[in-house]
Design a protein around this ligand. Structure first.
Ligand SMILES: Nc1nc2c(c(=O)[nH]1)N[C@H]1C(S)=C(S)[C@@H](COP(=O)(O)OP(=O)(O)OC[C@H]3O[C@@H](n4cnc5c(=O)[nH]c(N)nc54)[C@H](O)[C@@H]3O)O[C@H]1N2
Ligand SMILES: Nc1nc2c(c(=O)[nH]1)N[C@H]1C(S)=C(S)[C@@H](COP(=O)(O)OP(=O)(O)OC[C@H]3O[C@@H](n4cnc5c(=O)[nH]c(N)nc54)[C@H](O)[C@@H]3O)O[C@H]1N2
Ligand SMILES: [Mo]
Length: 781
């Protein structure tokens, strides 16, 4: 039996203000632009707001940190190349609020522990390195030298380098990520978990198996010229709003869109483009031509059924549906796949998906008729137990129809954090291939360890088992973003040292090891000047375009250091005189990031003439053999059809399958506010959405307070108290609640097969009406 510790903080928030309105069926428009300007002005002031917003995603500006959505060709870029979400992210970083030493002196850790994510984040930018010594009640300012000496002292104490964990959040630049990975390996470990382990890991694993590359095989132009676009498990209106402009163009070019989602997300239905006169004055663009309101984790069954139906249609239509030439020349495993899906049980498909057979057959017909197709997906696919298998089954549908490596066709995972893909490219992974280690070893004259390290979940298990002593986070909010909040927090508290390289206060500073350091860094919007002058960094978006980014704002405090400078400073001190250290002049790298890029060029494929290519407006695109020349570097050297056993969650009689997702007013664990405008949820976050019938069954009315209990078989009770139930249109048996508040319900071991990503989109729960409230009157239907 456990107490929901974070709920203590959240219980202080009054969600009684909850207001529910009708979910919107249109995305964006005036409210979005107004909303971005209001938040910008509140945080940054009017002039700074306009100047900074106009710098976003421009060729000589900074890369927006809100998502990994690509920028159009420089010639086609609008002077305002940003969206509401990006403007909010920028306002969060460029805020005028400061979390100073006075702030930390005024509030003890015990007090800050009772604050919620929103309150912590609103304190603004951290101005000084801060230290919490063992037993202290308050963080105190510390010099950089002392801070680095403490890191050195604790790392030197370790019996093995594997007792340290070096986490990365996907906002870090290529330059920061590469130096960080090099530091960890030179220290002697591959314990490099990252946010990607919780995000698109299922994609990286699944696509690499069957396509040979774990990244999108399309360009923006392809998307705009696709004849058919499937969008599965993604909420672009909130999480990649600039995608809507591209979808609008695809519609203008005659393309069709099919949305696959348990929720009728506004951004999938209709787009009123705030940047076009038409969007403002007229009715905008209808997006989805067909909406499949699928049950949580039903997508694997859907794609297998689509595969089976396409094969049937091909037989009916005299072999005109499948791309037989592509299948013969470029694929392996077709016969086994065909035999497997031929045995599909439609009753089971209906049970798994909740979709009528006729609707699935209609979609198969659309795919058969489409000249080209792109399949897009995000967390609604990856964060499931069957996520990797689902991605393999999606790929098979693309292979059947030859939809890869030609214009308007391909597979398009839409990545989240703005440089999560780049971080991986330059080496942030606990299991980089041997070839990478060989080249790293050669470049720096040392032996890079090849033994795999901990991913995000394994790191937490190792902490729980007392095998980790030091945690360092390059950005992010590890304690809050990870599952099983209560056990995670307990593990973090047992560590000897936690080091967080951060811009703003968050819960990972408050739930700390015996000693704790906060190392404040520059953000993307800020000028980064080192000994050799102003520096730029580089990032990779979701379609493999690498480009430069540099900020123009005055840093939030003169005491801040760049991420690269912090890492190089630590590496230099820690590795000094250590056996088998990489031969690196760390301080030269810090003074001149061009040297880092030279090393990347030598170690990672596709970065030849890195520096020169960054000078080109818009940057350059990394090679992708399946996209560029239909070459598939897989085990068979072909695009692989695979046979995957069908899986989907069982919904117990009195239970629900809960997905944890983002509201319209947050960036992951950073909470901007309590508005989920499109879904019509206002002024509250501790809200559980469920089908109206499920409410009636439990005698619940809108706004009633319930407890959520996850019913995992491990015998541990995970209980989250005090949620407001709200009826919402979705398949029965399903429910939704916001992350990170709901993470307390997620058992640590409940992960996707093969990728080990937390299965955050399907937690089996029970809804309990707490005894303390009055017995609810059964609702009238
Ligand atoms: N403003 C803003 N932008 C962001 C972020 C943010 O927090 N705020 N986060 C960034 C990051 S790191 C990421 S990874 C992305 C996340 O972007 P998304 O993946 O869009 O984010 P989620 O809110 O997790 O939404 C998941 C969507 O999948 C649907 N879904 C859930 N389960 C299933 C399923 O089983 N099948 C199908 N077909 N659909 C399902 C949900 O209903 C929801 O629409 O956004 C990035 N951009
Ligand atoms: N239940 C559930 N859990 C999830 C998810 C879910 O859908 N459901 N989604 C998962 C996904 S997709 C992801 S990507 C992870 C996200 O996990 P993380 O990446 O760890 O979390 P964020 O909330 O993005 O990190 C926010 C913090 O980063 C710091 N920060 C901001 N900008 C900078 C910067 O420029 N430099 C540095 N050094 N620090 C900075 C700030 O201090 C801020 O508090 O969460 C995962 N967890
Ligand atoms: Mo993510």
């Amino acid at each position: 039996m456990g107490e929901d510790t974070t709920a203590r903080a959240e219980q202080n928030i009054d969600d009684a203000q909850l207001r529910v309105t009708k979910p919107r069926t249109h995305a964006t428009g005036w409210p979005a632009i107004r909303q971005s300007l209001v938040m910008g002005e509140e945080e940054m002031g009017a002039v700074r707001t306009m100047r900074t917003l106009l710098d976003i995603n421009q060729t000589r500006g900074f890369d927006c940190m809100s998502c990994a959505w690509p920028d159009p060709d420089p010639k086609r870029r609008s002077p305002a190349e940003f969206c509401e979400s990006g403007a909010k992210a920028v306002a969060e970083e460029a805020t005028k609020q400061r979390a100073t030493p006075e702030f930390f002196a005024a509030h003890s850790i015990a007090e800050l522990e009772t604050w919620d994510d929103f309150a912590l984040g609103k304190q603004g930018r951290i101005t000084h390195p801060m230290l919490l010594e063992a037993g202290d009640t308050h963080y105190r300012p510390v010099t950089w030298d002392r801070a680095i000496a403490i890191v050195k002292e604790e790392l030197q104490k370790l019996e093995s380098p594997d007792e340290a964990v070096f986490y990365t959040s996907g906002r870090a630049s290529n330059e920061a990520a590469f130096t960080y990975g090099l530091f960890a390996r030179s220290f002697g470990t591959n314990n490099l978990p990252d946010c990607s382990n919780m995000c698109h890991e299922s994609t990286s694993i699944g696509l690499a198996q069957v396509m040979g590359v774990g990244k999108a095989s399309v360009s923006l132009t392809d998307l705009e010229h696709a004849d058919l676009i499937l969008i599965a498990g993604q909420n672009p209106g909130t999480n990649a709003p600039r995608m809507l402009t591209r979808l609008e163009n695809a519609k203008k070019n005659g393309g069709r869109i099919v949305a696959i989602n348990p929720l009728r997300e506004a951004g999938l239905l209709h787009f009123d483009n705030p940047q076009s006169v038409k969007g403002l004055v007229f009715r905008g663009t209808q997006l989805a031509d067909e909406f499949l309101q699928i049950k949580l984790a039903g997508d694997q069954a859907l794609f297998q059924a689509l595969g089976a139906t396409l094969i049937e249609l091909d037989a009916e239509r005299g072999g005109t549906v499948l791309d037989h030439d592509f299948i013969a020349r470029y694929t392996s495993g077709f016969e086994d796949y065909r035999d497997h899906v031929a045995r599909l049980d439609w009753a089971e498909v209906e049970r798994a998906t909740g979709l009528p057979e006729a609707q699935i057959r209609r979609l198969a017909g659309m795919i058969a008729d489409a000249k080209s197709m792109i399949i897009c997906w995000a967390m609604g696919i990856t964060q499931h137990v069957n996520g990797v298998a689902t991605i393999r089954d999606m790929a098979s549908v693309a292979w059947l129809t030859g939809n890869v490596g030609r214009p308007g066709a391909g597979l398009m995972p839409v990545r989240g954090h703005s440089n999560v893909q780049g971080d991986r490219t330059v080496g942030i992974w606990e299991k980089m291939p041997d070839a990478f280690h060989d080249r790293l070893s050669e470049e720096f004259s040392f032996t890079s360890p090849k033994e795999h390290g901990y991913d995000t979940v394994k790191a937490l298990q190792a902490m729980r088992d007392g095998k980790v002593k030091v945690f360092m986070g390059l950005g992010g909010n590890y304690t809050r973003a990870t599952p099983d909040t209560e056990r995670t927090e307990a593990s973090m508290r047992e560590l000897d040292l936690t080091v967080q390289i951060s811009t703003k206060p968050n819960r990972s500073h408050v739930v700390h090891g015996k000693r704790a350091l906060i190392l404040p860094c520059l953000g993307r919007t800020e000028r980064d000047v080192q000994a050799t002058g102003p520096q730029r960094v580089s990032v990779e978006d979701t379609v493999l375009a690498v480009h430069e980014s540099h900020g123009h704002l005055e840093p939030a405090s003169p005491h801040l250091r760049s991420e690269v400078a912090i890492i190089c400073g630590i590496a230099e001190a820690v590795l000094e005189g250590r056996e088998n250290s990489a031969q690196v002049d760390w301080s030269a790298l810090k003074d001149d990031y061009r040297l880092i890029r030279k090393h990347i060029e030598h170690v990672v494929d596709g970065f030849q003439a890195y520096e020169e290519k960054l000078d080109v407006p818009g940057g350059f695109v990394l090679p992708h053999p399946p996209r560029d020349k239909r070459e598939f570097p897989t085990k068979t050297g072909k695009a692989m059809f695979t046979v995957n056993e069908l899986e989907y969650p069982e919904i117990p009689e009195d239970g629900l399958v809960l997905q944890t997702l983002r509201s319209h007013d947050q960036f992951n664990t950073t909470i901007y506010g309590k508005e989920d405008r499109y879904r019509g949820i206002h002024d509250a976050r501790r809200v559980v959405l469920m089908n109206r019938k499920e409410m009636v069954k439990r005698g619940l009315h809108e706004g009633d307070v319930v407890d959520l209990v996850s019913t995992d078989a491990d015998g541990v009770e995970r209980r989250a108290v005090g949620w407001r139930a709200v009826p919402y249109r979705m398949p029965s048996g399903n429910a939704a609640a916001y992350f990170p508040e709901a993470n307390v319900l997620l058992p640590l071991h409940h992960t996707a097969k093969e990728s080990n990503s937390p299965a955050a989109k399907a937690v089996v729960i029970r809804v309990e009406v707490p005894a303390r409230s009055e017995a609810p009157v059964p609702a009238a239907v």
